[in-house]
Design a protein around this ligand. Structure first.
Ligand code: ARG
Length: 573
């Protein structure tokens, strides 16, 4: 595709020696109101350097840019140079690029040769995999897809919460009140009930706490019976998680969770001591981070057992040594901000300069209409139930719309129902708290997953109706008459397609999938406006071919966009 911004920067760089092309490109703006042009160049910065009035500079620059045939109109307006791209040039460049690249449209090789770790989902075993977990799971998966599209070599880690003193309690409870059949039948709910019972019983039998502590100590020492029980709990939990990951079509390259680092920590405790960072406090070992406003980080308890943070430090070093990452990304709730700030700081104080390459990507809370979730109060919505319900509700809607049709309703209901949940999740700026609402998720008209998928299916149907000959003609992009695509709705839609690769790049730099989501909605709305404003399948073959080419291009871009969110794009629904 023609990179108009670069072209403009090139021309301006030819006029002024003291700014590089890249610096100039940074100054170029895209006006909010497209009536002001497709691009604008403010001359304030040049005016300062040249000691000349901005409008005079704008005039000079405008006349230089006017020479290029890439623009229909170039206007100096006060301190700005407003530029209007030659429509047909942009249209031809965009449509031919999308059609020739197909599934690869939007991808880049910017990240080639660079390893990026995306750690996401990371639920705690033997605890419910609930709607709260959807955020890390879906945002993380999308970031993986986005970094992958940018050419990075991405490695996905599920840092399972599979270690810690709670397993001492769970084993203790299991030995007192548990039985194997129940665990096998319904692992997580059963294990959770043991854990809850433990907390009730310990109120009146405090000696249970000592027992649990001893059990955990045995687990840490690797004693066979405790390790086997723990392993079994882990396996059963993982089976349940995997069922949900399969529904979401999400997978991981590693499930090395907290337990994986249990034998790797003494080295770091020693290292912290040698580097003079550890302090003793009531028998425990801590790192004092007060001078950075980060409080105190507990590294080992008085009984010598390690903590969540110790395992994170060990895991980061392990990842650096094993994968030599370019970036190590953690998709974890904003509630853990302090935790991440603390241990990133500790890595830095230990002298690891790559600490700066560790990135915490936080996100806000998800609550239910009936309030925030609480495992302890039994107010918990299992993710699997949400996904099942979404598929079921979607199935009803689709079956209703497709009576007497040969559509594979079950398959489409899965793609649309699960997609609806994913899309809603990725619609909001990730840092925002939000409330999960069914009617918002499954709406076929609002800015929802079903709406976008429906628009994609609409494209598919237009293409099918157009017939093979027209499609062949449309695909031969050098023979198209792009003059037919200069109407406002066609041109605005084309501009959205043109911007798609930049949108992916922006989402990647900001770790923000919602940037892609919003752009997909814009493209879908653009397509629907074009569809209503224009007669696409006209009798004029030339016109029809050009318009169908734009529909094919839009369908491709929407599909590629949905893929970046981890969603399918059914042909019919
Ligand atoms: N298991 C943790 C939880 O459910 C999340 C783990 C986040 N990752 C990390 N490296 N600390 O809260």
């Amino acid at each position: 595709m023609i990179n108009f911004k670069e072209e403009i920067a090139g021309i301006i760089a030819g006029q002024v020696e003291f700014l590089t092309e890249a610096e100039i490109a940074d100054i170029i703006e895209i006006p909010q109101d497209s009536k002001m042009g497709d691009y604008a160049f403010p001359c304030f910065r040049l005016a300062k350097i040249l000691r000349k009035a901005p409008p005079l500079i704008a005039k000079d620059i405008a006349s230089a840019i006017e020479e290029s045939d890439l623009f229909d109109k170039v206007e100096p307006v006060n301190a700005y140079v407003n530029m209007f791209i030659a429509k047909e040039k942009l249209i031809e460049s965009t449509v031919s690029e999308v059609l020739s690249k197909g599934d690869d449209f939007g991808k880049s090789d910017e990240g080639q040769g660079k390893k990026v770790i995306v750690e996401f989902s990371s639920p705690n075993i033997a605890k419910p995999f609930h709607i709260g977990h959807i955020r890390s799971t879906v945002i993380g998966n999308s970031l993986y897809k986005i970094f992958d599209a940018m050419g990075y070599d991405v490695f996905r880690i599920n840092h399972l919460g599979d270690y810690g003193t709670q397993f001492g309690k769970m084993i203790c409870a299991y030995r007192h009140w548990g039985n194997a059949e129940d665990v096998k039948r319904e692992p997580i709910k059963t294990l959770l009930s043991y854990y809850t019972k433990f907390h009730v019983e310990v109120e009146t039998h405090p000696e249970l706490d000592d027992e649990a502590r001893e059990i955990f100590a045995k687990l840490e020492k690797g004693e066979k019976e405790e390790v086997e029980l723990w392993q079994w709990f882990r396996e059963e939990s993982l089976k349940e998680f995997t069922r949900v990951y399969d529904m979401l079509d999400i997978s991981f390259d590693s499930y090395n969770g907290e337990s994986f680092y249990s034998d790797k920590m003494p080295r770091f405790v020693k290292e912290l001591k040698e580097k003079g960072l550890l302090k003793e406090s009531q028998g425990a070992q801590v790192v004092d981070l007060e001078e950075y406003g980060l409080g105190t980080a507990l590294i080992t308890k008085s009984d010598g057992s390690t903590l969540y943070i110790t395992r994170d430090i060990a895991a980061a070093v392990y990842r650096k040594e094993t994968y030599n990452f370019y970036k190590n990304i953690y998709v974890v709730a904003s509630q853990q901000n302090l935790h991440f700030q603390q241990w990133f700081k500790i890595l830095e104080l230990m002298g690891y300069d790559w600490a700066k390459d560790c990135v915490h990507v936080p996100f806000g809370l998800v609550s239910l209409e009936e309030g925030t979730m609480s495992t302890r109060h039994g107010r918990v919505v299992f993710l699997e139930d949400v996904l099942d319900k979404a598929v079921e509700k979607t199935r009803e809607i689709i079956a209703e719309k497709n009576q007497n049709s040969d559509l594979d309703i079950d398959e489409v209901a899965k793609e649309v129902g699960i997609g609806a949940v994913i899309f809603q999740e990725l619609s909001n700026n990730r840092i925002k708290d939000y409330t999960f609402k069914w009617d918002k998720v499954l709406n076929f008209d609002g800015e929802t997953g079903p709406y976008v998928q429906y628009t994609h299916a609409r494209c598919a149907s237009v293409i099918k109706k157009a017939g093979e000959d027209t499609v062949k003609k449309a695909e031969n992009t050098s023979g198209l008459d792009y003059g037919y695509l200069t109407s406002e709705s066609a041109y605005e839609l084309t501009k959205l397609l043109y911007r798609f690769p930049d949108v992916i790049k922006d989402a990647c730099e900001k770790y923000e999938p919602s940037i892609v989501t919003r752009h997909i909605v814009d493209m879908a709305q653009g397509l629907n406006k074009f569809y209503h404003d224009e007669h696409i399948l006209t009798d004029n073959d030339e016109e029809k071919a050009a318009k169908v080419a734009l529909v094919i291009a839009t369908k491709t871009a929407i599909k590629n966009g949905l893929a970046l969110l981890g969603m399918k794009a059914p042909e019919r629904m």
